[in-house]
Structures are given as C-alpha cells and as structure tokens.
Ligand binder design. Structure first.
Ligand SMILES: [Zn+2]
Length: 332
C-alpha cells in the first residue's frame, strides 16, 4: 500500500509536470506559428501587390483586345509605342499618352460600356460617311474610312499652350488623308469619361449625318433655331463657361432653360454633341440632367434622334438613346 501511495504521488507529480510542459510547448508552438503566419501573410501581401500591378497591365491588354476584337474598326492607343505615328500629326493640338494604369483601365471600362450600347454595326456605317443616300444621289467615289483610333491621354493641349477647358476633355479629328477618325480622351481628368466619350462619338456620327442630310433634307439648322432663345447667337470661344445664361444652374423657370451645359453654347455642333452625350452615357437606373425637362432641350433632342433615324440604317427605335429619351422624359 505504501509503495502504491508513492507511485500514485509520483504519477500525479509526473502528470502535473507533463501538463505544464505540454502547455509551455503549446505556447511556444502558437507564438512560433503566429510568427511564421505573419511572415507568410507579409509575403503574400508583397506577392499580391505585384499581382495587382501585373494584372492592371494585363487587364488593360485584355480589355483592349476584347474591344478591338468585337469592333474590328476600333484601334486603341494606350502606350507611347503605339502613339508614334499619331503623335507626329498636326491636328492643331498636342496630346500625351496617360501613364496612369488604373485610370486607363477604368476609362476603358467606361468606353466599353458606351460602345456596348451602340446599335450593331453603326460604327461601320459611320465610317461610310459619303455612302448611303448621298452616294446613290451623287455617285460619289466614296471609300469608307478605315478605322477609329481611341487615344487614352493624360493631356490635350491646344495650340498657344492654352489648356483645353475643363468641359472639353476630349477632342476629335477626321483625318482625310489617312481615312481615320481620331478620338482623344483625357483619362486623367477626374470627370465622366463615359460622357466625354459619348460626346466625341457624336462628333464622329455627325460626319455622316451632315453629308447624308444634304440629300435627305433633314438638316436641322432652321428648325433648330426655333428652339433657341429669340435672336440667340452661340458664343463661340468667347463663352465664359463659369456663368452662362439659359442653363438649369442660372434659370429658375425650366422654360428658360435651353442648354444642357454651359459648353453647349460654344456652337451648334457642341450643343448637339452635349444633348446627345447624356442620352448615351446615362445609365438605365440614372436620371437625365434636369435640363432635359425643358421643352426646348427635348425638342432639339428629338431633332437629333430624327436625324439619326434618317441617316443611319442601323438605327431604329431600340437604339439606346431612343429608349433613354423615351423612358426618362415621358410624361413631361
Ligand atoms: Zn465637342
């Protein structure tokens, strides 16, 4: 019995020590493991930073490939090496390609969304400026334009070093010699790339509209003026964009609102491009700017819509801008 008691005591002691030892080892193990995990997570963090950087560049390339693949006539210029030829051209302004990868990617996403909204093949029809009814009437030798360059810029500078005003964040140029249409988008500007791109696209579409309208007789010049203030003249470059009349910022009565932006008052082409731009860049779940509640803006928007219907076979009532106009201004 005595021996048994001693053995019991030793066993108890042993178990107690063993438990203390186990706990100590567990503590050591846990601290060691957490150290390793920390290192691992740091390592992963570094890896994932690299991954993000690589994947932005890769995502840009993927996006470009996807857009260019879907619209055979689009060429996207997003690096200086792709810009060599274009940068030599004198279009009356200079541009720089953006180095900001994430802004380029986000601009491409916006551009993609706007392109997705276009009626199928309208870009090809737009490139065929002198085709259609104009060609039928005049037998004009018209080789369609080849492609649209979309240039992702950090800066667009007009001659005389005057920075393009904040609202003119894009530029468009038809190149007669190269048979190319160039759209320059300032992607570093914090504004609405979708809206800017939609605006520039209107300038592209209107090349064909202006030519077809010679034959179709739908040119809206005279009718257009009936929806402008009495005796109104566009301001041209004299426009003081910080304080223009006839906008929803300056007029309380919606019937005195005639323009969707200050920039609209530069000339009729900018006015048309501005009205059209929101009809294409506004999302389905967004509202149009308040100015579209004005009967003058709505009637001019209808003229733009009618011109598209007349001058483009690819456009019907299902065109995105027709649906947005119908849905967002109905009942007014
Ligand atoms: Zn413009």
């Amino acid at each position: 019995m005595e021996n048994k008691d001693i053995i019991k005591k030793h066993a108890k002691e042993f178990i107690k020590n063993f438990i203390v030892f186990c706990i100590a080892m567990l503590v050591v193990f846990i601290s060691f493991k957490s150290l390793i995990d920390k290192d691992k997570s740091n390592g992963n963090k570094n890896d994932s930073t690299n991954e993000t950087e690589i994947s932005i560049a890769e995502q840009i390339e993927d996006k470009v490939k996807s857009i260019e693949g879907r619209y055979g006539c689009i060429n996207i210029i997003y690096s200086e090496s792709l810009d060599i030829e274009l940068s030599k051209k004198d279009y009356g302004f200079t541009h720089k390609i953006s180095n900001d990868e994430s802004k380029k990617l986000s601009a491409l996403e916006d551009i993609d969304i706007v392109l997705e909204r276009l009626p199928q093949n309208i870009l090809y029809e737009g490139l065929d400026i002198y085709g259609g009814k104009f060609n039928e009437e005049y037998g004009f030798d018209s080789t369609p334009y080849i492609r649209i360059n979309i240039v992702l810029c950090s800066e667009i500078m007009e001659e005389k070093d005057r920075l393009v005003s904040a609202t003119a964040t894009g530029m468009s140029r038809l190149d007669f010699n190269d048979k190319v249409y160039n759209i320059f988008i300032n992607v570093d500007y914090s504004g609405d790339v979708a809206k800017t791109f939609a605006h520039e696209l209107y300038h592209f579409f209107s090349e064909r509209i202006d030519i077809q309208a010679i034959v179709l007789g739908v040119y809206i010049g005279t009718e257009w003026n009936t929806e402008l203030p009495d005796g109104y003249e566009y301001y041209g470059n004299k426009a003081n964009l910080s304080s223009m009349p006839y906008t929803d910022k300056t007029e309380e009565d919606i019937n005195n609102v005639y323009f969707v932006t200050e920039y609209s008052q530069t000339n009729i082409e900018e006015d048309r491009a501005e009205i059209f731009s929101y009809l294409l860049s506004t999302d389905e779940d967004e509202e149009l700017p308040k100015a579209y509640e004005s009967p003058h803006v709505r009637n001019r928007a209808l003229m733009i819509i009618r011109e598209f219907d007349e001058c483009y076979d690819t456009v019907d009532e299902n065109a995105y801008w027709n649906r947005i106009f119908e849905e967002k201004t109905s009942g007014q």
